[in-house]
Design a protein around this ligand. Structure first.
Ligand code: FE2
Length: 365
């Protein structure tokens, strides 16, 4: 289940703005809450329409843009571009360019860099202020955009997956259970799709003063840390990823199910088409069991792998947000988790565009 769990009742932007305008603002010494300040980008206020329906996803031809890129990346890494690695195995801050100005070749090179570094952080982007059509057009360079079956979208633009939490809207406990000791929830986005997401764009619209970072773990390094014998046992295995719990949860709260939920088998170890790197492809959010194993065997192995991935702080990185930050990650080689650590009265509002990539390529021993 995706961590963007702050899904709220269908309310129009206009209703929100009207309601807010009636409120008396408190003195400057008192903390303003998200109830009192309208969202900065009301177009992306989460919209839920239970009548919105889409056909099952069809298989499509896909060529990874990163495979077309010049490995030297001359259109992306110009004289004005700077790279700063955030950790050895994943995560790089890229400054000196605007994603919105990249050529087709530059976007190919961005896909390759995202595959190599797994997570890219672009500060000070104008991306949030582009027209939604332009945002969608840029993201489509990386593949057809997944329409999320249950989450809030932008009214009229179902391609946007909206992540939203404020003082009145926090469904974390509803989804994860109020008795959880921590709020970490590792997953790879919508891994139940037959063609799982690749190069993914996520940008912040409103953020708390502190907190609300995203944690990432490298599935390539998690694989690399295993012994040769253990790797051999994993390669060739397949696991089932399910959209059913997410759809059931949405139905139970009266939310949309825009496509009937699917369950899909994927290789446990996949190969990235641009880098050739092998990566574990399982996640706590959606992976349910290993095909051909008895229940206890599957639970035992998945528990070990989930623990290995989540405890490997030496192959994790943390992306934090400032106004204008865009984070690009490759969902094929990472898992991530929101950090639900910020002030209860604060608003966190972000948007994701989630291009789908190839049917996962299995690794062979
Ligand atoms: Fe996610």
């Amino acid at each position: 289940m995706a961590p963007s769990v702050s899904e709220i009742a269908t309310t129009t932007t206009e209703e929100i703005s009207r309601g807010v305008s009636k409120l008396q603002l408190k003195s400057e010494t008192e903390k303003q809450t998200s109830q009192e300040v309208p969202p900065s980008y009301p177009l992306y206020y989460p919209h839920f329409d239970v009548t919105e329906k889409f056909s099952p996803t069809e298989i499509f031809e896909f060529t990874d843009p990163g495979t077309r890129a010049d490995p030297k990346k001359p259109h992306l890494l110009t004289e004005s571009t700077s790279l700063r690695h955030l950790s050895p195995y994943l995560g790089t801050e890229v400054t000196g360019i605007q994603i919105s100005n990249l050529s087709s070749e530059g976007l190919d090179e961005l896909a390759l860099l995202a595959a190599e570094r797994k997570v890219l952080v672009f500060p000070d982007q104008d991306f949030k202020d582009l027209a939604p059509e332009k945002q969608i057009a840029i993201a489509r360079h990386f593949g057809p955009i997944q329409i999320h079956p249950t989450s809030g979208n932008a009214k009229g633009y179902p391609e946007f997956h909206v992540v939203y939490r404020d003082a009145n809207n926090n469904r974390f406990e509803e989804y994860r259970g109020a008795n959880r000791a921590n709020r970490t929830s590792w997953h790879s986005d919508v891994s139940y799709e037959k063609q799982t997401p690749g190069t993914t764009l996520f940008w912040i619209l409103d953020q708390p003063e502190v907190g609300g970072d995203t944690l990432f773990s490298s599935q390539v390094e998690a694989y690399n840390r295993l012994s040769p014998e253990f790797k051999k046992r994993l390669e060739g295995l397949r696991a089932v990823h399910s959209a059913v719990p997410q759809a059931e949860a949405s139905r139970q709260r009266g939310g949309p199910v825009r496509r009937e939920p699917v369950e899909t088998e994927h290789p446990l170890v996949r190969v990235h088409p641009a880098t050739g790197e092998k990566a574990l492809y399982i996640n706590q959010g959606f992976t349910k069991y290993i095909v051909g194993f008895k229940d206890e065997e599957s639970e035992y192995l998945l528990k070990f792998l989930f623990d290995h991935i989540s405890k490997g702080a030496d192959f994790h990185v943390r992306a934090s947000y400032h106004p204008g930050t865009v984070v690009v990650w490759d969902n094929r080689v990472t898992v991530h988790s929101a950090t639900n650590d910020f002030d209860k009265v604060a608003r966190r509002h972000a948007v994701r565009l989630t291009p789908q990539a190839e049917v996962p390529i299995p690794a062979t021993a």
